[in-house]
Design a protein around this ligand. Structure first.
Ligand code: SF4
Length: 204
């Protein structure tokens, strides 16, 4: 496998990720789901891991959670096409249940092993701001367990100097049944993303 020093482009990164065996998740997934977007995007969005649709298409955030994210980005005045979109863990972790594949949360070991790729993405893209969508992304970026509610809505600085905004993962909204509660949480997600949009405007 290529070493970090020989991977300097997103194309080389995608190729190396496709051959990754750093944790067991590559065994059952259909394919790796690399990040996608502009090479020098100022904004990087990091989710948890690919879901069923992402695993089948090989693209991040194209399923139901991706549609929630798209709507929230639009309301926050952020153009997804200008961002780099990726996940903390690049292979789909699931439990087969009949014909369905039920999402399983990646564990600390898998997040840690896959951080190698997220670090390389950050190194190549050099975003001015990374948005951590949910606890897994935040865990990967901070290198430790953090609570989303304690950190969300404010731009923070990582040990390596990177700037990070923590918010919820859009799939959280899909699990809320009460429509008013769902709308309120969606509004909070949009407000968090607006903090990011304002930060990027100031940093321009
Ligand atoms: S989840 Fe990440 S570390 Fe594990 S095999 Fe896939 S690309 Fe490699």
């Amino acid at each position: 496998m290529a070493t970090p020093t020989t991977i300097t482009t997103l194309a080389a990164l995608r190729e190396a990720e496709a051959a990754c065996t750093r944790c067991p998740l590559f065994r059952k997934a259909t394919q790796v789901v690399p990040g996608e977007g502009k090479t020098k995007a100022r904004l990087m969005l990091v989710g948890e891991q690919p879901g069923n649709d992402e695993d089948l298409t090989g693209r991040p955030f194209v399923g139901p959670a991706g549609r929630v994210l798209d709507r929230a980005l639009e309301e926050a005045g952020i153009d997804r096409a200008e961002a780099f979109v990726t996940n903390a863990v690049k292979h789909f972790k699931f439990e087969p249940r009949g014909k369905r594949r039920l999402h399983q949360r990646p564990d600390a070991y898998e997040i840690e092993r896959c951080r190698w790729w997220l670090d390389l993405e950050r190194e190549i893209v050099k975003p001015a701001l990374v948005v951590a969508l949910g606890a897994t992304a935040a865990r990967s970026l901070f290198g430790r367990t953090v609570t989303v509610s304690g950190l969300r809505g404010e731009v923070r600085t990582l040990a390596d100097g990177g700037r990070v905004l923590v918010t919820i993962h859009p799939s959280f909204l899909l699990r809320i049944e009460d429509e008013r509660a769902k709308a309120a949480e969606f509004g909070r997600l949009v407000e968090d993303l607006k903090v990011g949009a304002r930060f990027l405007k100031r940093a321009a």
